[in-house]
Design a protein around this ligand. Sequence first.
Ligand code: HEC
Ligand code: HEC
Length: 353
Amino acid sequence: MREIFQPFVKLLTLMVGLLMTISLLTAFLIGVVIFVFSGGSLPSFKNQSAIQSVAMEAENYRGVAPKEGMWNAPDWSTVEEEANAEDIKYGRELIVNTSNYLGPNGKVKKMSNGMNCQNCHLNAGTAPLGNNYGAVASTYPKVRARSGQMEDIPKRINDCFERSLNGKTLELNSKEMIAMVAYMEWLGKDVAKGEAPKGSGIYELAFLDRAADPIRGKSVYAQNCQSCHMENGEGMMKPDKTGYIYPPLWGEHSYNNGAGLFRMSRFAGYVKTNMPLGASFENPILSDEDSWDVAAYVNSMPRPKKDITKDWPDIAKKPIDHPFGPFADEFSEEQHKFGPFKPIKESKEKTSK
Ligand code: HEC
Ligand code: HEC
């Protein structure tokens, strides 16, 4: 009798074995799929520098998608086609990591406050409405009312060094100046001369009907800014002290009172479309009121002072929100600093008619 069953027993053992192998294999495959989809990655043979450069691109891009018709920087991968590609690349590096080269411990020269140009000119000066350089090559040289002089790109760069980076000027014929100018000219190479493309520079935020309120701004700051820029406004240094993780908004390492951001409209417009980090023109986080009020709070806090008595030689050309007299109109310094700006604007339009 046994002999009769033996082939069946063998067959059964074989089938059970096969079934177990199949289920083990399936379990293994499911495991791999789950691992990969949950963000894990299998070891790959890609070289390390390729992986790093992809990561850097993602870090620099910050997810800001340009709106239809807005200025867009040329494709970075085409830079190698340029005769001065090395200058352009060094120029970009200086905008991104200014402090490494020209900060308090800069390896080229010690001449500025530790901030990077990119802290204010986001994504190396390419972010739509992130105070980008889209209109620089096309609109300079030009006469600027602040200095009353003809300014070219190097002069304008040095303005930011002396004010926004509360530092000294860079020699005009230095390798660094030549590189930064080369980068800005390359960025603007497709923009028609004289044109300021849509999405370039800083967003022009509508004026409020009231004055901006620093007290209300303090609570906007506590809720939306303090987690990164810190309660004392001084930001957070990298552990190796070569620059900032979160740059300062006031205090001795911040921009001085002659800087663009010290004007309420520049600060409020910048913040509306860029801060807290992750905000954009399409997806702003702060309301207009919050943006103006936080500007009033931050620009009421202590910061370095610059002698700006020679600025705006023609006082009639002072911008509405330039907070230092004398003025060509009857409005107070206080109103020129915090607003309401609409009456000043209207009176200016009347007198210019
Ligand atoms: C603290 C913020 C801040 C930092 C840091 C900063 N800038 Fe600026 N920059 C500004 C503001 C604000 C403006 C004026 C924008 C406006 O008026 O619309 C400006 C304007 C400029 C412009 C003229 C743009 C135009 O379209 O007219 C250039 C060029 C420039 N900066 C270069 C630099 C360079 C180079 C650095 C680094 C060495 C730098 N900036 C660092 C805030 C900053
Ligand atoms: C999640 C962190 C984070 C929050 C929250 C945040 N910021 Fe920033 N902010 C940054 C970083 C990082 C930079 C520099 C960006 C760069 O270098 O690419 C910056 C830059 C700035 C700058 C220009 C550089 C400077 O230091 O002057 C201003 C102005 C600014 N932030 C204002 C604000 C305000 C106002 C708020 C609140 C409404 C805010 N930020 C909230 C991270 C943050």
